[in-house]
Write a protein that binds this ligand. Structure first.
Ligand SMILES: Nc1ncnc2c1ncn2[C@@H]1O[C@H](COP(=O)(O)OP(=O)(O)OP(=O)(O)O)[C@@H](O)[C@H]1O
Ligand SMILES: [Mg+2]
Length: 511
């Protein structure tokens, strides 16, 4: 007799008011498989994960685990079935330490008192086992950069020794070397027979890690294949219901020196604990890439330029004139015209309790104000246009952002700054969690913005974006600029070499 699937959904439907998140879904995940779940933003992937984790209940249909009907009415019930989850919108408690989060709700106690020593020992043991270095268990989670929080969210799930591991977009925030780290963890669990559901928007990871893949579209299951049986184009076609000719728009001519002065320049910038002596020039019409592994100073650079954490050393120039950017208010001000799409949309990019429309138009709200009242119609019309470009469901206009899927939240954060009509866009990993179709839209929008004379500084954890979208790429290592790659020299190999501490600029030039 054959082994029953580890997970089997039959006729599962889940609605949120008018939205049908899952529509009569039948889906089977084989025991011991690494199974990719693909689909556009809002397709229903996280809803599947939440049903299996006991956070949501289906309106109808059944879920079987290893052939037995399972009632997953709570997180505890899911845990009893050996299911552990790394959630897309992470579940770490910001005010607790790394160790407390990792061990929740299992922290060791001695006569009711939490034993700090034992907590730390256990955490270090988990870190050793999972080859995690560079996180201090005593740090508060709020002080960790987002990629490290994501790593911790994964570690927390894996440390429960699950039989079924659900990974909801684990790689969208990880840096490239940590994606490889996760690959090693997956291989190890796979060898131990753990069943893994892996959600991603990147085909490369599906190819590297997964045996099978399923595609959801508008809440319906549209196909399951062995990864070897189907090519990327066919998968993309299934995901977005159409094909895209080329993901990246063509680059423009070299724009250096074509204006009187760079739109934005940094000279000897330092601060934020990591950044040291960074100088660069961003010309109008350019998309300038920034590459770096986790924590190499890229965040300090972006937050400094936006006035969140002002620089401690060096000067910033706009159009050749020195400026002081002491706050985000300074950065957004008309004569600066700087916008930032930040790393953590949840705490910095959006106000989740307000509607999508209010969020997108916030930076430009003055423009819609008449006699102290907001011109709601004008506001909606302008926002509509932006959301249409980004393929955000128009219902978003009237809905709280918290009810959007993860990728749609990211799209709102970008839409907001496109409306602001800034001259300088600071994009910090803007496509993370965004589906393939919309990624393409964002690349095109960034290129159009540049072609119209805007300037874009673009950090990405996806090396192919740096190679194919950017005109030049700056590589950061330990807070310093170690390489600048122009045009075709910006290959994946060259970027990785620099990011791993490769050539100093003089050597790069001599090559
Ligand atoms: N709490 C909620 N209230 C209302 N609607 C919701 C809620 N959670 C999800 N939805 C809606 O259900 C649909 C499916 O959302 P889900 O989060 O499963 O998408 P997803 O495939 O994970 O997308 P993404 O790639 O953006 O993460 C979306 O239309 C979303 O807006
Ligand atoms: Mg999701």
């Amino acid at each position: 007799m054959s082994v029953p699937p580890a997970i089997e959904l039959s006729h599962v439907t889940k609605r949120f008011d008018a939205t049908v998140a899952l529509d009569n879904v039948d889906l089977a995940i084989d025991t011991g498989a690494v199974h990719a779940l693909l689909g556009e933003n809002g397709a229903g992937k996280s809803t599947v994960v939440k049903l299996l984790s006991g956070l949501l209940r289906a309106d109808s249909g059944t879920i079987r685990l290893a052939g037995e009907e399972a009632r997953l009415g709570s997180a505890a019930a899911a845990r009893r079935h050996g299911i552990a989850t790394a959630f897309q919108e992470m579940t770490l408690v910001r005010d607790l330490t790394v160790a407390q989060n990792l061990l929740l709700p299992l922290e060791p106690t001695t006569l009711g008192q939490v034993s700090r020593r034992r907590s730390l020992d256990r955490t270090m043991a988990i870190f050793d086992r999972l080859e995690i270095h560079g996180i201090d268990p005593r740090d508060e989670v709020r002080d960790l950069e987002l990629p490290l929080r994501q790593k911790l969210e994964i570690a927390k799930a894996v440390s429960r020794d699950p039989r079924i591991l659900l990974l909801d977009e684990p790689t969208s925030t990880l840096s490239y070397d940590d994606v490889e780290w996760l690959g090693r963890i997956i291989a190890r669990l796979h060898a131990d027979g753990v069943t893994i559901v892996f959600i991603t928007h990147r085909m490369r990871e599906v190819r590297l890690y997964c045996d099978r893949l399923s595609v959801l579209r508008n809440g319906a299951h549209v196909g399951t294949y062995g990864t070897a049986e189907i090519d990327d184009d066919a998968v993309i076609q299934l995901v977005i219901g159409r094909s895209i000719a080329s993901t990246f728009p063509p680059k423009g001519p070299d724009r250096r020196g074509t204006a009187a002065a760079p739109a934005l320049a940094g000279k000897g910038l330092g601060g934020g604990g990591t950044l040291a002596d960074v100088s660069f020039a961003l010309w109008p019409g350019e998309i300038l890439g920034v590459a770096g592994l986790q924590g190499m100073g890229q965040l300090d650079l972006f937050l400094g330029l936006f006035g969140v954490d002002p620089f401690l050393a060096g000067t910033v120039e706009i159009d050749g004139k020195p400026v002081t950017i002491a706050s985000p208010g300074d950065a957004v001000a008309a004569h600066m015209g700087i916008s930032l799409v930040p790393e953590d949309r949840k705490s910095e990019g959006l106000f989740l309790k307000l509607s999508g429309s209010v969020n997108v138009s916030l930076p430009v709200v003055d423009r819609f104000a008449r006699f102290g009242l907001i011109d709601v119609e004008a506001e909606h019309a302008a926002v509509d246009r932006v959301l249409e470009r980004l393929r955000v469901d128009p219902r978003a206009l009237y809905t709280r952002c918290a009810a959007f899927s993860g990728g749609n939240q990211q799209k709102m954060a970008i839409g907001k700054w496109l409306l602001a009509e800034s001259r300088i866009l600071l994009l910090y990993d803007p496509t993370r969690g965004v589906d393939v179709g919309t990624k393409h839209e964002i690349y095109v929008l960034a290129r159009e913005f540049a072609a119209a004379g805007g300037a874009v500084l673009f950090y990405s954890t996806e090396v192919p974006e740096l190679v194919n979208l950017c005109d030049r790429v700056l590589v950061l290592y330990r807070g310093r600029l170690v390489d600048e790659l122009v045009g075709d020299a910006a290959s994946e190999a060259a970027i990785m070499r620099g990011a791993l501490g490769g050539p100093v600029p003089a050597l790069a030039a001599a090559e």
